[in-house]
Design a protein around this ligand. Sequence first.
Ligand code: RIB
Ligand code: CA
Length: 319
Amino acid sequence: MRKFIIDTDTGSDDAIALLMALADKEIEVLALTTVFGNVCLKQATRNALISCEFAGVNIPVYPGMDRPLVRERIEAIHVHGSDGLGDAGILDPKLKAQSKHAVSALIDLISEHDDVELITLGPLTNVALAMRKAPEVLKCLKKITCMGGAQLGYAAETEVAEFNILADPEAAKIVFEFGVPLVMVPLEVCLNGDGREGAETILNENDLMSIQAIDTLKSDFLLKISSSLLKFHEIYYGDVGLELPDPCAVAVALRPDLILHAYTANVSVDISGSLSYGQTVVNTKGGTVLEDQIYVANVTIVSALDGRGFKSMIEEAVR
Ligand code: RIB
Ligand code: CA
């Protein structure tokens, strides 16, 4: 059975992604590790515990870093609401978080289990520190599937940088250059990807009505916590739509057969601190104009995901 750890800054799309992963009986989610990001660490941990309760699963949740390595902390409450779950009045969880720190938990779990796969849904601070603290252990990771990065024009937080990377560019640089197989699921994948036929991942009004018709506690939870995302989409695009970046990353990790297109590239993270701070700079051209630069394809980038299969995974997760 495939074994996963999920690192999350639990906002509304993370919560839906967690429902998807925790509903899949073909895999084992060993633990969740939480990190600052959409909201503060305390809120992200609360929201991760709430997600476990709605999923009907009691797995260890380990709180991690509450701030980035170098830059000041940013957050995305303008997108997810002040509580990170759409300010929908979701009650506090009964489940409690573990006292062990997420960085130690990552190291211990990866050393105790073979072939662990890591899914990252937030800033990469916990993962980067685990890599720095125990590189030989983290090298045993089978794969990292990272929701993060964007191609030019798709980035949300600045013109060139996606939130998870921008929130801790130095951590992202450590993780992207570490050498474990890394699959990057950039922001555009949840925005219908590269536009090819069948890559429609944005949930439209009909998709939302199908979820509403499922009429379970989980489907109701999904719609309630998505209220801020829906408002944000309407302001940004002027219509009804729900883009779900973290669920796309979980779909890629659990169901790689749903990937319509992916390519390998060299990806570096800009930590210059200038206008392009946090940009994921993608080089697919092999060599460079500087003869002595060596081209290393360190990342597989997903550019299109099967929209119908993706939406079915979400519906199954809340049924
Ligand atoms: O840019 C989208 C990413 O930032 C998602 O993971 C979302 O939850 C936020 O963390
Ligand atoms: Ca997230």
